[in-house]
Design a protein around this ligand. Structure first.
Ligand code: V0V
Ligand code: CO
Length: 140
């Protein structure tokens, strides 16, 4: 079902500061930036490698408000790993397959994600405490 790790999402208070940190430490380059109002984030994708069906990235996330998912996470847990996103060939199919196993889907339908992808989230309480995102990359 999973083709690769698409990205690891990192919650930060200051996006520009963390871009400077990650690009300095690990020599990663920002390949996309976006404000996603629906998800309540300002985000940047730092490219790591290319894989089957898409690349893999670090996604840095700054909340647009305190009551957004990342805003609440920062208040509760502080900066750090927020979610792990897996690349899937077909996000709707993956949602059906995983949903049929009793995992709560946080999205009734796929949403718009970074770089034209289609995404959906799974409840962290049903996946061992790890907020999991499914990503179908945009067609190349
Ligand atoms: C909350 N919890 C987490 C968590 N956030 N556990 C692991 N990882 C996280 N990131 C835990 C929390 O500690 C609670 O456990 C429990 O889940 C319920 O949390 P809550 O604080 O009561 O509820 P909320 O209102 O904070 O909701 C949590 C969920 C929410 C996960 C339901 O954040 C959500 O719907 N997330 C999906 C959307 C999202 O995260 N978007 C931002 C990334 P205890 O303390 O009761 O034990 S956008 C993105 O990645 C994009 C655009 C992209 O990739 O392209
Ligand atoms: Co993400």
């Amino acid at each position: 079902m999973f083709m690769r790790i698409d990205h690891i999402g990192i919650a930060c208070r200051d996006l520009e500061e963390k871009i400077a940190l990650f690009s300095g430490l690990f020599e990663l380059t920002v390949v996309a930036r976006e404000v996603n109002e629906e998800q309540g984030v300002k985000e940047a994708m730092l490219h790591i490698a290319d894989g089957e069906g898409g690349g893999s990235y670090i996604q840095l996330l700054e909340p647009l408000s305190e009551d957004s998912p990342v805003g609440k996470f920062l208040a509760k847990r502080g900066e750090g790993v927020h979610h792990v996103a897996f690349g899937v060939p077909d996000v709707t199919e993956a949602m059906e397959q995983i949903g049929a196993k009793g995992v709560r889907l946080l999205d009734a339908r796929p949403r718009h994600g970074s770089m034209g992808s289609s995404i959906a989230f799974l409840h962290p309480k049903d996946t061992g405490g790890m907020l999991t995102e499914l990503v179908q990359a945009a067609k190349a």
